[in-house]
Write a protein that binds this ligand. Structure first.
Ligand code: KIV
Ligand code: ZN
Length: 397
């Protein structure tokens, strides 16, 4: 089966968004965990951004030897120079050069003509290749770039020595069919370009980053750039955990594999949350607190009978220690009986009915019933039975 490489940019695109900045120690800690997760590339930072970022990339490259380390640079000599310097200690360095290629960005932001852009791309890739064996080129805002010009850009990048071509949907504007069609056109244009990997990099402004990444795979893309918990500029990047679990669960549909150790997904997500202090939404796929929690009675009943009724992934598969049956106003008696058992109470049907009615009454007022509330109710109801039994068997009775 074809392998899709996972390029993690949590430490670069993720880190550059508000509330997610990390110091060098934190970056090293997370990079080690990304290595344990078995990502294929770690993008460690943007060295020209600050001396601290350059040092962080260098330290990550020193410490994490078993995963290729990438550093980002604009197509400018000073940027490329900084990235080359930062990557010196890397066992397998990757220089990642980018330049915006849409007319809007060229005109408004860069004040460059298309010809100047082609010149900068070619010369900076050639310069980079003199120092680093592997160069990736990204056509920023590729999703809104004229397709014929984009094909020209890709040809220049390949001829100059880039071996990975990343075509980002920088502003999260693409829809899946359109994004896939862009890659199909570029592939046709490049012909049989041996040794060239096409890469997708999607932002989530319209909530389609993961869908667009998956559509790109169907169009022959073999590297996906993504981040843990989907953090990144504005609405974020494609979420790594969602992409890789979708590929694993729907292997029948995509027919590709990744090398990701799925059981490390939840610990990695947790580590990022701990480092940045930014919680993931409870309903976030794969790693959210509710991803394996069931409150509705019908669902709880199904899960108790067979988890496949309402779960398409086992929690343990992605490193979540256990599913939870949450007791609330929608919960059923089966789940309550199990919870009571876990708490050490074996309830008769009458007791269960009483505990159930008191728990649901409480749940009507509170948003959720905590285990200690259930414990208190169960203790009272079931203790009453023991007291009554004791009274019945006493000689004075
Ligand atoms: O979103 C984007 O276009 C990027 C590039 C710099 C790769 O992050
Ligand atoms: Zn990006």
């Amino acid at each position: 089966m074809d392998a899709v490489r996972i390029f993690d940019t949590t430490l670069r695109d993720g880190e550059q968004s508000p509330g997610f900045s990390m110091n060098t120690e934190e970056k090293i800690r997370l990079a080690r965990q990304l290595a344990a997760l078995n990502v294929d590339v770690i993008e460690a930072g943007f060295p020209i951004a600050s001396r601290g970022d350059l040092e962080a990339v260098r330290k990550v490259a020193q410490e994490v030897r078993n995963v290729p380390i990438a550093a980002l640079a604009r197509a400018r000599k000073e940027d490329v120079g900084a990235a080359i310097e930062a990557l010196k200690p890397a066992a397998a360095p990757r220089l990642h050069i980018f330049l915006a290629t849409s007319d809007l960005h060229l005109r408004v932001k860069l004040k460059m003509t298309r010809e100047q852009a082609l010149e900068a791309i070619g010369s900076m890739i050639r310069y980079g290749r003199q120092h680093v064996g592997e160069v990736e080129f990204s056509a920023e805002d590729a999703g809104r770039t004229d397709i014929d010009f984009l094909c020209q850009v890709c040809r220049v990048a390949v001829d100059a020595g880039a071996t990975v071509l990343n075509l980002p949907d920088t502003v999260g504007y693409a829809v899946p069919e359109e994004y896939a069609a862009m890659f199909t056109r570029v592939r046709e244009h490049l012909g049989d370009a041996q040794g060239i990997t096409l890469s997708a990099h999607c932002h989530d402004d319209l909530g389609m980053a993961v869908a667009n990444s998956l559509a790109a795979i169907r169009a022959g893309v073999r590297q996906i750039e993504c981040t843990i918990n989907g953090i990144g500029e504005r609405a974020g990047n494609a979420s790594l955990e969602e992409v890789v679990v979708a590929l694993a669960v729907r292997k029948d549909s995509f027919g590709v594999t990744t090398g990701i150790r799925l059981e490390e997904l939840f610990p990695t997500s947790r580590m990022l949350t701990e480092i940045t202090g930014a919680q993931v939404a409870p309903n976030k796929a794969i790693v959210g607190a509710n991803a394996f929690a069931h409150e509705a009675g019908i669902h709880q009943d199904g899960i108790i009978k067979n988890p496949l009724t309402y779960e398409i992934i086992m929690p343990q598969t992605v490193g979540v220690p256990a599913r939870s049956l949450v007791l609330g106003k929608h919960s059923g008696r089966n789940a309550l009986r199990l919870t009571l058992r876990d708490l050490g109470y074996e309830a008769s049907d009458t007791e269960l009915a009483e505990v159930y009615s008191r728990v649901t009454a409480l749940a009507d007022q509170a948003k959720q019933v905590r285990p200690r509330d259930i414990l208190a109710i169960a203790h009272e109801v079931i203790r009453r039975r023991s007291t009554a039994m004791a009274a019945e068997s006493s000689p004075a009775a």
